[in-house]
Design a protein around this ligand. Structure first.
Ligand SMILES: [Zn+2]
Ligand SMILES: [Zn+2]
Length: 412
């Protein structure tokens, strides 16, 4: 993506088989044409195929793993953004409902997906944390999941208490899994930080600094995040009404992902809200497209990304129209699986092509066999006596697996 006249126009969606969205990105630069050949691969990939591209040492890759709204739909999960850095670090910002599936499609070993930053505790921003935490262990994560999230006016509205209750909710789930596979990753490490802190560092490791600023969204607690690494700046609003902290601290970002709610007229026409609710939600609780344009015109990111609306052929035009009233810079109207490769010289925007038959990647840390001594639950006498053990066929299964994989297990 080069050239000042660049317009990223997300249109003409084709719902291909399942969830694969095909998008036309009119984003051609001035790079020389590769020589055409009937037998050689094309020099330039127009599509991102997860797991097939090295990340350069100075490169940041940002993947939209959820761009939609609180109500579920197949095409767009709720808020989630994956940031991958050339130093090997990866960060998840928000993990809204439905996003764990998108994360899985990136084909990343789960040990590398162990850091989640939650902007606020609406389910469309952390509703799939359980899926990443527990499902991530089943997908071979053996490291604890680290989670950062804000405090609020009362402890019960803060991240710490919220996630303690999530753990309590998942008692049966977690306790029954413990010790039945390699469950070293079945732990949460929660860091709650002060939501009122302005531009304060909450994370600093391996050359990566993450700061928070307050966000304004219905009630105290929400924050926005600023990640800086290697001279690149990523700004992520989570949910916020336009506010002075974003205007001051998110300026000159290389990539600024800011909420841009669906236009109020579409909230009435498509979401079937009353006009009163549409104006309240669409302009007071959230940032409307017209306000998004004002924010970006002043903060001037190299790439402005609008998310948090259902991005369809009949809703995108109103969003674009309102943004373009005040902002004429680089712009992407986000959908799930949009991928941004950011370096100091270039920002390339593509769609990922997704393999729906996803399996977990092998763990980079060798797995250990189940440890029965850490099991937390056992069947009662009644359940034990109800089991029907087909010993003859099980002995064959055990023999086959032992022969094939070198294990030495016996039917209990
Ligand atoms: Zn929210
Ligand atoms: Zn939201």
């Amino acid at each position: 993506m080069k050239g000042s006249g660049f317009i990223l126009f997300v249109a003409g969606f084709l719902a291909c088989v399942g969830l694969i969205a095909c998008v036309s990105l009119l984003s051609h630069g001035s790079e020389p044409q590769a020589k055409a050949s009937p037998v050689k691969a094309l020099a330039e990939r127009e599509v991102y195929y997860p797991g097939t591209e090295d990340l350069a040492a100075d490169e940041m890759r940002v993947v939209a793993c959820g761009t939609g709204m609180p109500n579920a739909r197949p095409k767009q999960a709720a808020a989630c953004w994956l940031v991958e850095l050339g130093n090997g670090d990866k960060f998840l910002f928000d993990i809204g409902t439905g996003s764990a599936e998108r994360i899985s499609a990136m084909k990343i070993p789960y040990n590398y997906l162990d850091k989640v930053f939650i902007g606020h505790l609406h389910s469309d921003h952390f509703g799939d944390l359980d899926a990443l935490w527990v499902g991530g262990v089943v997908a071979n994560r053996v490291t604890p999941l680290r989670v950062w999230g804000p405090s609020s006016l009362e402890p019960k509205y803060g991240t710490k208490e919220s996630l303690e209750h999530m753990e309590a909710m998942l008692a049966w789930d977690v306790d029954t899994r413990m010790g039945n596979t390699d469950t070293r990753g079945l732990f949460l490490e929660v860091t709650e930080f002060d939501y009122t802190a302005v531009n304060k560092v909450i994370y600093q490791e391996n050359g990566v600094t993450i700061r928070t600023i307050p966000a304004i969204h219905i009630f105290d607690g929400p924050v926005s995040f600023l990640l800086e690494w290697n001279g690149l700046k990523f700004a992520y609003s989570s949910d916020t009404f336009p506010n002075k902290w974003w205007m001051e601290h998110a300026t000159d970002a290389d990539i600024a992902i800011h909420e841009c709610f669906i236009a109020p007229e579409s909230l009435v026409a498509k979401q079937n809200f009353t006009p009163e609710a549409a104006l309240n939600v669409g302009t007071q609780i959230h940032t409307s497209p017209a306000q998004f344009g004002k924010v970006m015109a002043q903060t001037k990111p190299r790439m402005a990304v609008a998310y948090h609306f259902f991005n369809d052929f009949d809703t995108a035009p109103a969003v674009l129209r309102d943004i373009r009233k005040t902002y004429d810079g680089e712009l992407a109207l986000a959908v799930d699986y949009m991928v941004f490769n950011v370096t100091k010289d270039d920002i390339k925007v593509r769609m990922a092509a997704i393999d729906e038959d996803i399996w977990p990647q092998p763990s980079n840390i060798p797995l250990v066999p189940p440890d029965p001594s850490i099991r937390r639950t056992a069947l009662s006498k009644m359940m034990l006596e109800g089991r029907i053990v087909h010993r003859d066929v099980l002995e064959e299964v055990y023999k086959d697996v032992n022969e094939k994989f070198g294990s030495n297990e016996k039917v209990p």
